[in-house]
Design a protein around this ligand. Structure first.
Ligand code: ADP
Length: 157
């Protein structure tokens, strides 16, 4: 039986912190489905299709990673892709409260789906999509913090 993790997020854009979380997920699961949230309320820099494309290009050589867009309930996405668990990353204590609430809500919605947390490599604890957007829009170099495929997308903005 193949084990599948669902890794949801905004990925606006995908960073090396996200990539590290996916790689750690693949140590525990056979497949990781990256769920790119279509949530216009967040006013993302990149539209959802572009965010999905950046994830797809990042994991082009990795058949066990799939990118999909989603809206609506996360447990719905998990059911659709036969997910056994939800995968999330933790950076600092500040991530904890929101993650704890989300995991608790999702467990109320479907008791069978566990949320699994991994910590990214120390070098990436300060990396966030927001940080990348800000630095990049001010002309700073983020090439060591995002997958190479993301750079041309940032330059276009
Ligand atoms: P969301 O809007 O759901 O927070 P993000 O794309 O910002 O979406 O993040 C998705 C997940 O990846 C979250 O669980 C977040 O904590 C985790 N994550 C993001 N960056 C890092 C990082 N540098 N190290 C570890 N986890 C991270």
């Amino acid at each position: 039986m193949k084990r599948t993790a669902i890794y949801p997020g905004t990925f606006d854009p995908i960073t090396l912190g996200h990539v590290d979380v996916v790689k750690r997920g693949l140590k525990m699961f056979d497949r990781v489905v990256v769920g790119v949230a279509d949530n216009p309320d967040k006013k993302p820099m990149f539209d959802v299709q572009t965010r999905v494309s950046m994830v797809e290009e990042t994991f082009k050589g990795e058949p066990n990673v799939k990118a999909v867009r989603f809206s609506g309930l996360l447990v719905g996405l998990a059911h659709e892709h036969k997910g056994d668990a939800i995968l999330r990353g933790l950076r600092a204590a500040s991530d904890f409260e929101y993650e704890f609430q989300m995991a608790t809500m999702n467990r109320r919605l479907d008791e069978r789906i566990e949320t699994v947390f991994v910590m990214a490599r120390e070098d990436y604890t300060f990396v966030s999509s927001r940080f990348i957007r800000e630095i990049s829009s001010m002309g700073g170099d983020v090439s060591e913090l995002v997958p190479p495929v993301v750079i041309p997308y940032l330059k276009k903005k």
